[in-house]
Write a protein that binds this ligand. Sequence first.
Ligand code: SF4
Length: 210
Amino acid sequence: MQEVRKKRNELLAQTVIKGLKSRNMEGYYASGREEAREIALSLIPEGASVTNGGTFSAEEIGLVDAVKAGNYRYIDRKDSKDRYTAEREAYSCDCFLSSVNAMTNDGILINIDGNANRVSAIAYGPKKVIFIVGMNKVAGDDIDSALKRARNEAATINAQRFGLDTPCTKTGACMDCKSPDNICCQFLITRYSKHPGRIHVILVNEELGF
Ligand code: SF4
């Protein structure tokens, strides 16, 4: 990544961390993937039950593999024969790993979901939620800008990734569809956490996820 962009991201991350603090959420800055993984692991107690609702960013930094290999109880919904039960276990787990689809400069988190297992667990249930967020997902100073990123980038790329029959996979932009295949059924805006110490956001100075 260009040095000037890295510098700008490093400065912006401090603004985002202040915004998170004002919303009762903890923010951390990591200059790269390894540092992000170490911060995340330091937040997960030994023996904890851990799962996720589908997060490419946590996989990219090697966190999912590290948890699988470590002294934790990893609930693997992908390999589970009964995915519905595995997804429901997330509500009582110790740590839930996720990314965001976008966030604002002042710490508001935006997530869009088709199945709702991910957004519902972010909103309520797991004792701790740990977000891995590449600085490419910090999308401006208002909710509207972040929603635009979430719909026109994150959702359209995910629809492409899953090979869905939606307008965005043909046009590359969100067409606000009601297609049966659409993955934009539930929108979660997290603007404050009622529970101190529950939400942790690790900002990584790299491009991660979509
Ligand atoms: S076109 Fe449909 S599936 Fe694609 S991003 Fe928009 S609402 Fe979501």
